[in-house]
Write a protein that binds this ligand. Structure first.
Ligand code: NDP
Ligand code: GDR
Length: 320
């Protein structure tokens, strides 16, 4: 039986990856940080099948201990301060968790002398300012937020450990991916939740920032398959994971409101609070390398993804 250690197991991707690995017969260990109010929402359906280990990416001792207990064949490092907007408010913390935390995890593996394979959750936010489109594994990075800067560090330290210590370490450069388990502060889920609440008469407006930003949005369930596939290859490498399509935030908003038969212009209010000090204007990834080498393809379309999320939010909010 293969063993995997997932950091960030309570997050969106951690929960989908745990579903996938359990379905493949893995023993799954999940690193979970201590919080005053426990939140198992995303993993409540598989809580009894996961071995939770207490730890924090900033605390090497806890990571070393987790690796010692789990003796993993594969480590998926998904934990991060992942909200770009807050990374300006907490730049040092973001650097410590999202950047240096990667080195802590790599050190815990290196010092264990286990032959564990490593996956790093890198991000299209590393591309930041448009240098070329579509973005590929070879596009230079130009991050536009403390989060993006921290992810660039995490990416290069992963490459460096691969080249220095011969570690089987892969960096997945994933473009935005969403799902009904997406955190409520991210624009996609914020919109689908608001659309459901407006439709149900619980809310009457939606305050948003920049509607012109363009993102390459896919479904999280499809993207965790790519993570797993990377660690099954003969050689470690880095891959862009994306749909190859881009849409504005406005299109996301319009499609979500249309789905419930409402006009978005009647509800959306521009609020300066949600504009960022520096914006990433356009992301569109080229997933050709992943298609060719991993035999990976996204399955859920932009429209189906939005409909899936609105449907779930309608159900969730009807129960309240
Ligand atoms: P989430 O924000 O949903 O999940 C983040 C996870 O990290 C949570 O489980 C959180 O725990 C945990 N975490 C936060 N800080 C720490 C810490 N100091 N020590 C240990 N655990 C911690 O993110 P996603 O699932 O959306 O993303 C997964 C990873 O992929 C992240 O690294 C993200 O930056 C990256 N990424 C995401 C993309 C996306 O579109 N979703 C695209 C590209 C990259 P808790 O529940 O306690 O908060
Ligand atoms: P992003 O996701 O920054 O791309 O990072 P987010 O959904 O936060 O923003 C996407 C775009 O929408 C604009 N926007 C708003 N964003 C939020 N959150 N709230 C608003 O009210 C709002 N109005 C407009 C933003 O300015 C931005 O242009 C996500 C995270 O999951 C990262 O961890 C991951 O690395 C990247 O995707 C790829």
């Amino acid at each position: 039986m293969k063993k995997a250690l997932i950091t960030g197991i309570t997050g969106q991707d951690g929960s989908y990856l745990a579903d996938l690995l359990l379905s493949k017969g893995y023993k799954v260990y999940g690193l979970k940080r201590r919080t005053a109010t426990e939140n198992y929402e995303n993993v409540k359906h598989i809580k009894d099948e996961i071995d939770f280990l207490s730890g924090d990416l900033r605390d090497l001792t806890s990571l070393t201990e987790a690796v010692k207990i789990a003796k993993p064949d594969e480590v998926y490092n998904l934990a991060a301060q992942s909200y770009v907007g807050d990374s300006w408010k907490q730049p040092i913390y973001t650097g410590e968790v999202t950047g240096l935390g990667v080195t802590n995890m790599l050190e815990a593996i290196r010092l264990s002398n286990l032959n564990a394979r490593f996956y790093q959750a890198s991000s299209s936010e590393m591309f930041g300012k448009v240098v070329e489109t579509p973005q590929t594994e070879k596009t230079p990075f130009y991050p536009r937020s403390p989060y993006g800067v921290a992810k660039v560090y995490g990416h290069w330290i992963t490459v460096n450990y691969r080249e220095s210590f011969n570690l089987f370490a892969c960096s997945g450069i994933l473009f935005n991916h969403e799902s009904p388990r997406r955190g409520i502060e991210f624009v996609t889920r914020k919109v689908t939740d608001a659309v459901a609440k407006i439709k149900l008469g619980i809310q009457n407006e939606l305050r948003l920032g920049n509607l012109d930003a363009k993102r390459d949005w896919g479904f999280a369930g499809d993207y965790v398959e790519a993570m797993w596939k990377m660690l099954q290859q003969d050689d470690p490498d880095d891959y862009v994971i994306a749909t190859g399509e881009t849409h504005t935030v406005k299109e996301w908003v319009q499609t979500a409101f249309n789905y419930v038969g409402l006009k978005w212009e009647n509800y959306v209010i521009a609020d300066p609070k949600f504009f960022r000090p520096a914006e990433v204007d356009l992301l569109i990834g080229n997933p050709q390398k992943a298609k060719g080498q991993l035999d990976w393809e996204p399955k859920v379309s932009f429209k189906n993804l939005i409909e899936m999320m609105v449907e779930e939010d309608l159900k969730r909010n009807s129960k309240k």
